[in-house]
Write a protein that binds this ligand. Structure first.
Ligand code: EPU
Length: 311
């Protein structure tokens, strides 16, 4: 059963409540258009759709999909993915478990908590280390899954532990080494599991300095990142040398359009939906950039965003 992770918060131990899993089916919505659930605002209908507000509900939905051999796709903020124009033939599970708890230098957050909410909790507790995530649109689950990073802080730098669900193995608490983190990469991209909760370890800091760094980050974002419908960086930066944005820029592709998809005039690695773009337009524009960069520089750009095929 193919499934991709994101997350939830909470329970320790496995879950096997068959009655609950049977009831959960009644809560699934049918033919639910996915576009409103991602920052791209693109995507057709999912056969089945469910928003889990608790770990128990999330695990029941996962168990239902496993038992019925229904393909499952799990996501959180939808800020780093592109749904197919044809939607998804199976169950799409949106993690909405958003509890955040501060315990000394530790912050426990549900996988569905927004990165920005964790940053706010850190500020309120006078904890430093996560200011760079101010304005990051994703959720905790997505950050753990993809080793999200910006302005010098990656998830691996602050993660203390995570609670995950693995098919056939149940719920387990793992330390950061489990994820074999690398730049925008983790073991979860190779061996899918669902992130339920994460604990971040921060340091005591000065709230005035934390706030000022947070503001600085917002300003940096505003100057570097174009507003509008996108998923942030479309490609990963190749190792060493020039960034993906610079390579695309030097190929003269900024401003190039395909249908309603457009490479931002401000940043070569931002692929925008200017209104009504299809996933096909975006993917085709991405392929044009890959081909141009390959021809000019001999470098194969690798997508950072996750494309979710309908089947
Ligand atoms: N550049 C150009 N032309 C462009 C775009 C960029 O010449 O069209 C140059 C810039 O002048 C700069 C260099 O390329 O010298 C790097 O650009 P930038 O500072 O904008 O950062 P980036 O490498 O494009 C990365 C992350 C961002 C993160 C920023 C800040 C990746 C793929 N992207 O962008 O993450 O916010 O650094 O830390 O690693 C994301 O992953 O979605 C994301 C937004």
């Amino acid at each position: 059963m193919p499934f991709l992770p994101c997350s939830v918060n909470g329970v320790r131990g496995g879950f096997s409540d068959t009655l609950w899993a049977m009831d959960i089916r009644e809560q699934f919505e049918e033919n639910k258009v996915l576009a409103p659930y991602c920052t791209y605002q693109i995507g057709g209908p999912a056969d089945l759709f469910f928003e889990a507000e608790s770990v128990k509900d999330a695990l029941a939905a996962i168990e239902w999909a496993e038992e019925h051999d229904v393909p499952l796709f799990v996501f959180g903020g939808g800020s780093n993915l592109l749904f197919d124009d044809a939607g998804f033939r199976g169950l799409v599970l949106r993690m909405r478990v958003r509890e955040i708890e501060v315990d000394g230098h530790l912050i426990h957050a549900g996988a569905g908590a927004k990165a920005g909410e964790v940053v706010k909790a850190a500020l309120e507790a006078g904890l430093t280390g996560l200011e760079s995530w101010n304005g990051l649109p994703g959720t905790v689950g997505g950050a753990v899954y993809g080793n999200a990073g910006c302005f010098e802080v990656e998830c691996k730098d602050v993660l203390e532990s995570a609670l995950i669900y693995m098919a056939g193995e149940g719920v387990e608490e793992v330390n950061p080494y489990f994820f074999e983190y690398d730049y925008r990469n983790s073991k979860l991209k190779r061996e899918p599991a669902v992130v339920l909760q994460a604990t971040f370890k921060l340091n005591q800091g000065d709230p005035v300095e934390i706030k000022s760094r947070m503001m600085e980050i917002l300003k940096l974002r505003a100057t570097k990142q174009p507003p509008g419908l996108s998923t942030g960086s479309f490609f990963k930066n190749p190792e060493g040398g020039k960034s993906a944005g610079q390579l695309i820029d030097e190929c003269g592709l900024k401003g190039m359009s395909l249908g309603k998809a457009k490479i931002s005039e401000h940043h070569g690695n931002f692929f925008m939906n200017t209104g009504g773009a299809t996933a096909e337009d975006v993917m085709a524009l991405g392929e044009k950039a890959v081909a141009a960069v390959k021809e000019r520089f001999g470098i194969e750009l690798e997508r950072e965003i996750v494309f979710v095929p309908a089947q």
